[in-house]
Design a protein around this ligand. Structure first.
Ligand SMILES: NC(=O)c1ccc[n+]([C@@H]2O[C@H](COP(=O)([O-])OP(=O)(O)OC[C@H]3O[C@@H](n4cnc5c(N)ncnc54)[C@H](OP(=O)(O)O)[C@@H]3O)[C@@H](O)[C@H]2O)c1
Ligand SMILES: [Zn+2]
Ligand SMILES: [Zn+2]
Length: 302
């Protein structure tokens, strides 16, 4: 492995928040490495290629979802760190169809966060109907959120961030945000000033869904990629009013990953990272846990 991002989902897995962790667990699913060996049937990769691997390590490739190009929705999907060992190790054995060549313009130490954080927000925003000329809201400016701000902004949208952090609100413009709203932890957002076409929630904490729905324009969509710990409480009239939609989205298909990497290279979406030696993995995880990282921790092989 050359480099590996630290996603909040690694922490969820270490803590068994989702009740499906198996130990020993090797975290790491924003992996960048060099191919050292290929199977006899592999044609599209060769030793020496620089590739990335994300959350998904395989799918059946035969079901209707797979045949439609939605491998990320496959019922037989396997996750890199759930049914195998992840990118904090020295080597990774992976289905070659889930390893993606990294475009030349994306440096190794920043490429990893695109493979989970990047694809999750890019695919979620696209699934929610993001094109250009829209008003996009991003809740939480962490590993996922700072990439959502960049993708939405670089593709010609105006971006509003909702953040608990005053210094991130100050720095939001540098990421490409038009507006920043400070929402202290556990609080509701203030009443809307501008209406948003799409809001993407990237936070793993409880939030006031009704308060955020009020920020949506007619036909707007609130899309969840972050996983709050408790079910949402929501009067349905809040959806009927303004014909608003709620949706969830998980990672992205293989074609979306290739598209996302190309968009990132061509439009200059680059993860902002703090790098750590692999031996400092626990310190990096602790910084993620304490919401100290600006904006993604990446472990580098020694
Ligand atoms: N759906 C998927 O496929 C998918 C893929 C990857 C990750 N995820 C999930 O997405 C979530 C975010 O992952 P990440 O790696 O981006 O995490 P992260 O880097 O830790 O960012 C989470 C953000 O939440 C905000 N936050 C922190 N404490 C908060 C609090 N008490 N109340 C409200 N907001 C708070 C912070 O933003 P501010 O400092 O701006 O407030 C923080 O940066 C996790 O639940 C992860 O499991 C889902
Ligand atoms: Zn992840
Ligand atoms: Zn399938």
């Amino acid at each position: 492995m050359c480099a590996c991002g630290v996603c909040h989902s690694d922490l969820h897995m270490i803590d068994n928040d989702w009740g499906r962790s198996r130990y020993p667990l090797v975290p790491g699913h924003e992996v960048v490495g060099e191919v050292v060996e290929i199977g006899s049937e592999v044609r599209h990769l060769k030793p020496g290629d620089r590739v990335g691997v994300g959350w998904q390590r395989s799918a059946c490739l035969q079901c209707l979802d797979c045949l439609r190009g939605n491998e990320n929705l496959c019922a037989h999907s396997q996750a890199t760190i759930v049914t195998g060992y992840g990118g904090f190790g020295d080597y990774l054995a992976i289905d070659a169809r889930f390893a993606f060549k990294i475009p030349a313009g994306i440096p190794t130490h920043v490429a990893g966060p695109l493979l989970c954080g990047g694809i999750t927000v890019y695919s979620g925003l696209r699934a929610a109907g993001m094109s250009s000329g829209q008003e996009i809201g991003v809740i939480g400016v962490g590993g996922l959120g700072h990439l959502a701000v960049q993708f939405a902004g670089r593709l010609g949208n105006r971006v509003t961030v909702f953040t608990t952090s005053e210094d991130k609100a100050r720095q939001a413009a540098a990421l490409g945000a038009h507006r920043a709203v400070i929402v202290p932890p556990g609080d509701s957002p203030p009443p809307p000033v501008e209406r948003l076409d799409i809001i993407i929630s990237t936070i793993p904490y409880a939030l006031d869904a009704v308060g955020y729905l009020a920020h949506l324009a007619t036909d707007g969509t609130l899309v969840f990629v972050g996983v709050p710990p408790e079910p949402l409480a929501l009067p349905v009239r809040e959806l009927i009013r303004g014909r608003r939609r709620l949706m969830g989205s998980g990672i992205g298909s293989r074609s979306r990953i290739v598209e996302m990497l190309s968009v990132a290279e061509r439009f200059g979406v680059m993860p902002l990272v703090e790098t750590f030696a692999m031996a400092e993995a626990n310190a990096a995880l602790e910084r993620v846990r304490r919401n100290r990282v600006r904006y993604r921790a990446v472990l580098l092989a020694e």
